[in-house]
Design a protein around this ligand. Structure first.
Ligand SMILES: NC(=O)c1ccc[n+]([C@@H]2O[C@H](COP(=O)([O-])OP(=O)(O)OC[C@H]3O[C@@H](n4cnc5c(N)ncnc54)[C@H](OP(=O)(O)O)[C@@H]3O)[C@@H](O)[C@H]2O)c1
Length: 199
């Protein structure tokens, strides 16, 4: 399959590339590096990406910036970052991609654990994750041409623990290989409309 991976340089993106790269032709897309530069929060940039790639079999997003901060310090602007980037960025990949993905192809997005197992300073991330789950459940039933749509919702990855572990007291980490396999299940399998919890 020809698969676009947006956010390939992150910890989840690396796990996905390791899992899928052995069997498929990956097009690496990122804001600052990659085969193709794209800012998924900018619909025109996403349209331009699909024009460059032509028809693909699957789109995987492992990207999404969110502001982490204490609830009483959030402003409309800092809260909006996650809605514009993590939520609308990934929604843009789907909306613009409806005519760029081959029949029976798939979209696999990324949310995360924080809307079911919260941490301090994670309210905006929890909001974005919940919104993505709602989008996938709501949009999957309207997908044309047997296109499929899922979102992977992992816990804290083992490889990310050195960076973020102090913010996640008591959380079990998830092996990055297991997270990579969830994306394979979404891309290569048959499920749709699923929030795929990986813990
Ligand atoms: N790591 C974990 O343990 C974990 C667990 C559960 C959920 N998550 C969620 O999964 C997502 C990825 O996390 P991560 O830790 O693997 O990686 P990350 O450090 O958040 O970086 C992922 C990549 O996404 C790219 N990116 C961000 N915004 C983009 C945009 N608007 N357009 C295109 N590319 C964009 C960045 O590219 P540039 O560097 O070029 O800007 C970056 O290389 C996040 O939303 C995070 O909340 C992470």
């Amino acid at each position: 399959m020809k698969i676009i991976v947006v956010g390939f340089e992150g910890d989840i993106g690396k796990a996905v590339c390791k899992e899928l790269g052995a069997r498929h032709d990956l097009i690496l897309a990122g804001r600052s590096n990659g085969d193709i530069r794209v800012d998924m929060a900018d619909r025109a940039s996403v349209d331009a990406m699909y024009t460059k790639t032509g028809i693909v079999d699957a789109v995987v997003s492992t990207a999404g910036d969110v502001h982490f901060g204490l609830l009483f310090e959030f402003t409309e602007e800092t809260f909006m970052l996650g809605l514009q980037n993590k939520v609308m960025g990934q929604v843009n990949l789907v909306l613009a991609g409806l005519s760029a993905v081959a029949d029976a192809g798939s979209f696999t997005l990324t949310s995360g654990v924080l809307d079911r197992d919260p941490i301090r300073m994670g309210a905006a991330a929890a909001t974005a994750n919940g919104a993505l789950g709602g989008f996938v459940v709501g949009a999957a039933i309207e997908m044309p041409r047997q296109l499929r749509l899922n979102v992977v919702s992992p816990g804290l990855l083992d490889v990310s623990a050195p960076r973020y572990g102090a913010w996640f007291p008591g959380h079990e980490t998830v092996p990055s290989e297991r997270v990579g396999r969830a994306y394979a299940k979404s891309v290569e399998g048959a499920i749709t409309g699923q929030v795929m919890i990986v813990e």
